[in-house]
Design a protein around this ligand. Structure first.
Ligand code: SF4
Length: 370
């Protein structure tokens, strides 16, 4: 069924960008203004770990209960993995990332400038103003190190380029069941948004969306929540076990389907886009809002259950989980929670739990049909 597109690798993309005279911004999860970095000629390349690195160098600086996204990022940096970057951006998504930002600023001190980005925990007018001011402050820091000063029109142009890419990203999510892609191929494609220039991602997305639709995917439909689907072999495993991911609420994917902004002020518009995105615990979204979002998404996509696939020691996820799972159960949506470390291979225990969950969901669906 698959006609997977050819996706440029992260390494090739970085090399090509640098050869064309651009710079690289290594960006930690989760929310940040891509358009602002691009307006300064910096390509944002996201650092979700990466998985499977030697965690020892980072472990010497961190408490043992810090998640492997942060631990691996620090280890990767200490092993010169971020050498290609010209700046490092650390959004304060959670206490662990905030701690990493402080470590980089005060103790480890990489050769690149480190820019923290504080994210408000609400959607009030004051939150919008605060985040717009954060973006404005980041503009000042980027101007100081690059010697550039993009005009308001250039900033808006950069925003429009990202809005177009995000519109196509949302369309891919919306039409995912009719695309001729396995779950693994789909997530390779949408996760290319983590490093491809927006215009390249848009061209890739268009080529996939223009492919004639396939027969809708079959399999036990589930919604995948959590942080990041690593190792990505998980996705093939879900398909092999008879499941199919019809929607997601992943921090790296579905929680970043940002709508277009409306303001004519570029900083305000960057803030609007982030704050008007789907609910996310790292932005302080109330649990009721998250619950409504998950239930609505499941109803719209036909998902019969929710797999929470979390990174170990992820506090923002763990705080919400008990009430979220109870609310889903009351709404007729069973769920399962598994935790992984980014350095571990896909374990038999994880697969067994997901397989048992899929069987249970299939059984419930069968019973409801009778
Ligand atoms: S996995 Fe959780 S704790 Fe770790 S960086 Fe992401 S949000 Fe923070």
């Amino acid at each position: 069924m698959e006609s997977a597109p050819t996706i440029p690798s992260r390494t090739a993309t970085i090399r090509a960008w640098k050869e064309s005279g651009g710079g690289i911004a290594a960006v930690l999860p989760i929310h940040y203004p891509r358009a602002l970095l691009r307006a300064f000629g910096l390509l944002p390349v996201e650092v979700w770990g990466p998985p499977r690195v030697d965690p020892a160098p980072g472990a010497a600086h961190l408490q043992p209960y810090v998640c492997s996204i942060v631990g691996n990022a620090l280890s990767f940096l200490l092993k010169d993995g971020l050498d290609v970057a010209d700046v490092i951006v650390v959004p304060h998504a959670c206490d662990s990332l905030q701690g990493l930002g402080s470590l980089l600023l005060d103790f480890v001190r990489p050769r690149q400038p480190v820019f923290p980005l504080y994210l408000p925990r609400g959607r009030r007018e004051s939150d919008r103003q605060f985040l717009a001011d954060e973006c404005r402050a980041l503009y000042g820091k980027l101007a100081a190190i690059t010697g550039r000063a993009p005009s308001e029109e250039e900033l808006l142009e950069s925003i429009r380029r990202e809005e177009e890419a995000d519109g196509l990203l949302a369309e891919l999510h919306h039409r995912r069941r009719a695309l001729s892609l396995t779950d693994l191929a789909f997530y390779r494609l949408v996760r290319a948004r983590e490093y491809l220039p927006a215009e390249e991602f848009s061209a890739l997305a268009r080529s996939v969306l223009d492919t004639p639709p396939a027969d809708p995917r079959t399999g036990i439909p589930i919604l995948l929540s959590g942080i990041v689907p690593e190792p990505m072999a998980l996705l093939d495993a879900i398909n092999e076990m008879g499941g199919t991911v019809v929607a997601d609420d992943l921090a790296c994917c579905g929680r970043r389907l940002y709508p277009p902004g409306v303001s004519g002020d570029p900083f305000r518009r960057m803030a609007e886009r982030i704050l008007d995105g789907p609910p996310d615990p790292t932005r302080g979204s109330p649990i009721t809002e998250r619950l409504q979002h998950l239930v609505r998404t499941a109803r719209e996509t036909g998902a019969r259950g929710v797999v929470f696939y979390d990174v170990k020691f992820c506090e923002p996820e763990l705080f919400d989980l008990p009430l979220l799972r109870r609310g889903l159960q009351e709404a007729g949506l069973p769920s399962v929670h598994v935790e992984v470390d980014l350095n571990d291979p896909l374990s038999g225990q994880t697969l067994t739990r997901i397989e048992a969950f899929l069987e249970m969901v299939a059984g419930q669906t069968e019973e409801a049909r009778r």
